[in-house]
Ligand binder design. Structure first.
Ligand SMILES: Nc1ncnc2c1ncn2[C@@H]1O[C@H](COP(=O)(O)OP(=O)(O)O)[C@@H](O)[C@H]1O
Ligand SMILES: [Mg+2]
Length: 279
């Protein structure tokens, strides 16, 4: 049985006519690392909200079909119960800051405090999570004094500290440089290897090809294509529908027209491009 199982999920925000998600069917195994790609407005964030129980519990609106995670069904659970299993890092990290805490340390401890974790255990868990995401030196800073990339790391840390079974990340590295992105992806990959299930919305497709097990391409609230990262990310279907390609794929496509790229398969990552151009 799938760990995450979406059956015929359609969701409409309040006061809108067109569903933001239409008839989504999606199964994810425990410990799988799934990346979601798609142009703006495709429904990626809405899918994240739906997995995280915010749709329908917070955004209201109309949800049909079933969203099952870890054997529970979202509209048969309360949001408080649901968030014990599923953690969501929002697209805009600023929306994640509680506004109730003066330091990053307290901010990260906030969720544990709310579920009544004893003080000593809380301190240890916060310190471990901060080490994992490399933000130990930010512990005493105000959450509001941070750069966008630092806020994204704090947001990720405040989710990881809760040890969710399903980690949902909506463009978690959008404000980070390549080094920060690589570090964060490494951390996420490690969590998946330790058994956490990960759903990641990401535009930086070369990273997806390196880290994710599977890619789901969304368009107009539907799943357009899914499968192996390197196949999906070089597919003509994506090119025709306005998806972003990796720069290596774009370069090799042009090179192929000129007869310089000889392989059938196009690259997604730098390593694949180097390998293909060498021959
Ligand atoms: N809070 C909201 N209320 C009404 N419509 C929304 C809301 N948020 C998103 N939408 C609409 O839902 C669709 C999908 O949006 P979204 O999930 O944010 O896409 P993506 O994350 O792929 O850019 C879009 O048409 C968008 O305008
Ligand atoms: Mg979005």
């Amino acid at each position: 049985m799938a760990f995450v199982n979406l059956k015929n999920v359609t969701y409409k925000y309040p006061l809108t006519d067109k569903p933001a998600l239409q008839n989504i069917n999606l199964q994810i195994k425990e410990g799988e690392f799934v990346a979601i790609v798609g142009p703006n407005g495709a429904g990626k964030s809405t899918l994240c909200y739906t997995l995280a129980g915010f749709a329908p519990h917070f955004f209201k609106g109309e949800l049909s079909g079933t969203v099952e995670v870890a054997g529970k069904i979202s509209n048969q659970s309360t949001l408080d119960e649901w968030v014990l299993n599923v953690g969501l890092a929002f697209q805009n990290p600023f929306n994640q800051i509680s506004g109730a805490k003066y330091t990053v340390f307290e901010e990260i401890a906030f969720g544990l405090e709310n579920i009544g974790i004893p003080r000593d255990e809380m301190k240890k868990r916060v310190e471990d999570a901060m080490t994992l995401t490399g933000i130990t030196d930010l512990a005493d800073r105000s959450p509001y004094s941070l750069s966008g990339g630092q806020q994204q790391r704090v947001a990720l840390t405040s989710i990881l500290v809760m040890r969710p079974k399903l980690l949902v990340l909506d463009e978690p590295t959008s404000q980070m440089d390549p080094i920060g992105t690589r570090e964060v992806f490494g951390t996420i990959r490690k969590m998946a290897e330790e058994g956490m299930t990960v759903v990641l919305v990401e535009h930086k497709v070369e990273w997806i090809a390196e880290f994710a097990d599977r890619v789901i391409a969304m368009h107009n609230g539907q799943v357009l294509l899914e499968g192996n990262p390197s196949e999906v990310l070089t597919s003509n279907v994506l090119i025709k529908n306005g998806f972003g390609l990796s720069r290596y794929t774009s370069a090799a496509r042009e090179a192929k027209k000129l007869g310089i790229w000889k392989k059938e398969k196009l690259p997604v990552t730098l390593d694949e491009a180097v390998e293909g151009f060498k021959k």
